[in-house]
Design a binder for this molecule. Structure first.
Ligand SMILES: *Cc1c(COP(=O)(O)O)cnc(C)c1O
Length: 303
């Protein structure tokens, strides 16, 4: 069985005042519209691993994530859609939140594990599922060569020729696939990654570990204090962006990506006439996790 469903990911013009002023053309590849729960790059990253699991006759997907993980939710929903059982190991003490409720609703069994134990994911899998030959291991965030392969297709689908292509980075698998896709399908474009974690230079090694000869630039100054950390200026940037474009971005990944690109435009990083593609990798859970911060921000700006 082919793991394809008809999906919609248009490439839309994006108007930002600072880009317009400097005659920079922006487009946004709307992978966030692929699916509401198997969102954006998480579908790209699951497609080939699911195919592999099916080919090997596996019926149970076992994977890992934090309590607000887009990847856990995507795996839960994809498992339900394509007929796999799913188990998610969740880092940290047992809690409830809207993301985990959605995971359960899609039939995922959740196992909470302490932070130390969580570190060795292979060991957890071996301990609990070694004797269950139906089980298939998918790493945290979906990180794998097959995941990167799925992300090459984002670039293959692009309708225009670009000078720069940008993506947010968590594990670096998406950037690896995008940079590889650029070398195949957009030879004049430069690949750019915006790490959302502190010390984002580790992404270089993580991406090169999937494909050794990649060329890309990392912009490591847009982490806002670290993973899932935010600041008031990021929150107000996001509110303004959502209000003026109708496109939802969130504080964990795509908000930092758009903030970074806007800042680079304002600092004259690009030349007039450059055409930039921004990959919207989805990410509803980042919004859900910060819902109360948005309430605060919106109350302030409306008062
Ligand atoms: C998971 C995720 C990323 C990070 O992808 P990596 O392949 O882990 O670098 C980026 N954006 C969104 C919205 C995500 O959910």
């Amino acid at each position: 069985m082919e793991f394809n469903f008809d999906f919609y990911s248009p490439e839309q013009a994006l108007i930002l005042p600072s880009a317009k002023e400097k005659k920079i053309e922006l487009y946004i590849k709307r992978d966030d519209l692929i699916h509401p729960y198997i969102s954006g790059n998480k579908w790209r990253k699951l497609k080939y691993p699911l195919q592999q699991a099916r080919q090997k006759g596996k019926s149970h997907l076992v994977t890992f994530g934090g309590a607000w993980s887009n990847h856990l939710l995507a795996t839960a929903c994809a498992g339900a859609q394509f007929g796999f059982e799913t188990t998610g190991y969740v880092r940290g003490e047992q809690i409830d939140n809207p993301v985990l409720t959605l995971c359960r609703l899609f039939g995922m069994k959740l196992q909470f594990v302490g932070r130390d134990e969580y570190r060795d994911k292979r060991a957890l899998f071996e301990r609990d599922y070694r004797r269950n030959s139906n089980s298939f291991f998918i790493d945290e965030g979906g990180y794998s060569p097959e995941a990167a392969k799925g992300c090459e297709e984002i670039v293959k689908e692009l309708q225009r020729v670009y000078d720069h292509i940008f993506v947010a980075c968590g594990t670096g698998a998406t950037l690896a696939g995008v940079a590889k896709g650029i070398s195949l399908y957009q030879p004049n474009a430069k690949a750019h990654g915006i790490p959302v974690l502190k010390g984002g230079d580790f992404i270089r090694k993580a991406a090169l570990g999937l494909y050794p000869d990649l060329d890309f630039t990392l912009h490591c100054d847009y982490h806002f204090g670290g993973y899932a950390k935010t600041k008031a200026n990021l929150m107000s940037y996001i509110s303004e962006f959502c209000r003026t474009t109708g496109i939802l971005i969130e504080p964990v990944y795509t908000g930092k990506l758009l903030f970074g690109i806007t800042d680079l435009i304002e600092k004259n990083y690009f030349k007039g006439g450059d055409r930039i593609c921004i990959i919207h990798t989805g990410g509803l859970t980042g919004f859900l996790g910060f819902q109360s911060n948005f309430l605060l921000d919106l109350n302030n700006s409306n008062s």
